[in-house]
Design a protein around this ligand. Structure first.
Ligand code: CA
Length: 131
């Protein structure tokens, strides 16, 4: 009985989180569920966090250049890891993914700038910031 209650709670948490993310990002619930399945498949044993190699697995089919370039991958990972914990949770993944795939032009430019602004110097990209 306790196990069923735990599963029900988990489903409700996922439903609540998915609805919140749908509201924040405008991403369809169907797409969020698909991303949650992919996240759960590649994330840690608890299904709650992912590191750079798991992010690479997730990106491999859609963005092969990002997945195969370790410098870009680590920069993207840092941009997604909003709280700087060293791991990406599902919310961070969706918010980062949404900015990259569905965001406004300003969102996409901010993300692109962040990929190349490796030293965060004065909000400018210069030769030393690029590779
Ligand atoms: Ca994090």
């Amino acid at each position: 009985m306790r196990c069923v209650r735990g599963i029900t709670t988990l489903v409700n948490i996922h439903r609540r989180v998915l609805l919140e993310l749908q509201s924040k990002t405008g991403t369809r619930l169907h797409d969020l569920r698909g991303l949650l399945e992919e996240f759960t498949d590649v994330s840690d044993a608890a299904g709650s966090m992912m590191g750079t190699s798991e992010l690479a697995s997730l990106l491999k089919q859609r963005f092969p250049v990002l997945a195969s370039d370790s410098r870009l991958l680590h920069r993207l990972f840092s941009l997604f890891d909003a709280d700087g914990s060293g791991a990406i949770d599902f919310k961070e993944l969706v918010l980062g993914w949404s900015r990259m795939a569905r965001g406004s032009l300003d969102d996409k430019l901010d993300m692109l700038f962040g990929l190349y602004d490796t030293d965060g110097a004065c909000g400018r990209v210069h030769n030393a910031s690029t590779w």
